[in-house]
Design a protein around this ligand. Structure first.
Ligand SMILES: [Zn+2]
Length: 79
């Protein structure tokens, strides 16, 4: 029943404010299909895209996993 440790920087959003009706699960930052978490989220970090190996390319087109970034956001907390 342990609560996950919350980063102090993540508590700057007012609870029960005028925007409380919005779904809190909707990520504000754009996520690529290969991302495990929104970029910049606590407990996450950038890792080399396993599909394009950091090139950002999948043959002649942009890598669909990282959307051309060459990196994906992965969960690193609690490892
Ligand atoms: Zn990629």
């Amino acid at each position: 029943m342990n609560r996950k440790n919350t980063s102090p920087g993540a508590s700057d959003q007012p609870a029960g404010g005028p925007g409380a009706g919005r779904a809190p699960t909707e990520p504000a930052a754009p996520m690529a299909p290969g991302d495990e978490a929104p970029p910049g989220a606590p407990g996450t970090g950038e890792d080399t895209c396993p599909r394009c190996h950091g090139t950002g390319r999948d043959g002649p087109r942009e890598c669909p996993e990282c959307e051309g970034r060459g990196t994906v956001t992965v969960n690193i907390g609690g490892a």
